[in-house]
Design a protein around this ligand. Structure first.
Ligand code: C5J
Length: 224
């Protein structure tokens, strides 16, 4: 028997959540982006701007798991031999240390290194797919679309970091592939407050050109 749909207060208008067809997609909640002493902080970023998303994500994840709904996680990173790292991405930013170099939590954004892994607070359960992505969007060079199609997923609740980079890129990719995306604003974060605001505005502008924006308590209440 299918679970009835639930109406969620959202912008630009009500989102009709179909629980059986909706997955929670948590983007790049990785130690190197969020933890003090990680790569993000090493670059001079204020990680507290991202860390404020941990508790809302924990509550949403607990409610989502409690309702028996589909969860997926992503991690941005590269093969240890860096064969999937475009030279242009390697040199971008002209930093002293770049992807693949030794960083504070192992080699920077390399799969299998401590900093590449997901923070303990949101650690995936064994049955939750983890999508390792080499780019910003979760659909580029991954099997995410195939997994979602095989599971009959047509809607995504997208959370994680960072709002204007990997979250926005993924929402745009998902929208072009026909998914309806709902973004809880308290569960996505940017190092830059102005990008947080604009990143969310871009999603919901023009009648929801890429998707809908809401808050996590509204989703939790709807699936309770
Ligand atoms: C993500 C980044 N995850 N900002 N990566 O947004 O490079």
């Amino acid at each position: 028997m299918s679970t009835p749909s639930a109406s969620i207060d959202a912008e630009p208008y009500t989102f009709e959540l179909k629980p059986d067809q909706c997955a929670l997609l948590i983007i790049d909640m990785q130690r190197d982006f969020l933890e003090p002493g990680g790569f993000g902080e090493m670059l001079g970023n204020d990680v507290s701007q991202l860390r404020r998303t941990i508790e809302p994500n924990k509550a949403l994840l607990a409610a989502w798991r409690g309702a028996g709904l589909q969860v997926l996680h992503t991690r941005e990173g590269h093969r240890p031999d860096l064969t999937d790292l475009p030279p242009a991405k390697k040199v971008r930013g002209k930093s002293e240390k770049t992807i693949g170099d030794p960083g504070p939590m192992g080699r920077i954004l390399v799969r299998g290194e401590p900093g590449h892994d997901i923070i303990a607070e949101l650690y995936p359960l064994p049955e939750e797919p983890v999508i390792d992505k080499p780019g910003k969007g979760a659909f580029f060079a991954t099997d995410l679309h195939a997994i979602l199609q095989n599971k009959g997923i047509t809607q995504l609740v997208v959370t994680g970091v960072t709002t204007e980079v990997c979250v926005n890129t993924t929402v745009r990719e998902a929208n072009d592939r026909g998914y309806e995306c709902l973004v809880p604003e308290d569960c996505v974060g940017s190092y830059f407050p102005e990008f947080q605001e604009m990143g969310l505005k871009m999603i919901k502008a023009q009648g929801g050109i890429f998707g809908w924006v809401t808050s996590s308590p509204a989703i939790v209440a709807a699936i309770a």
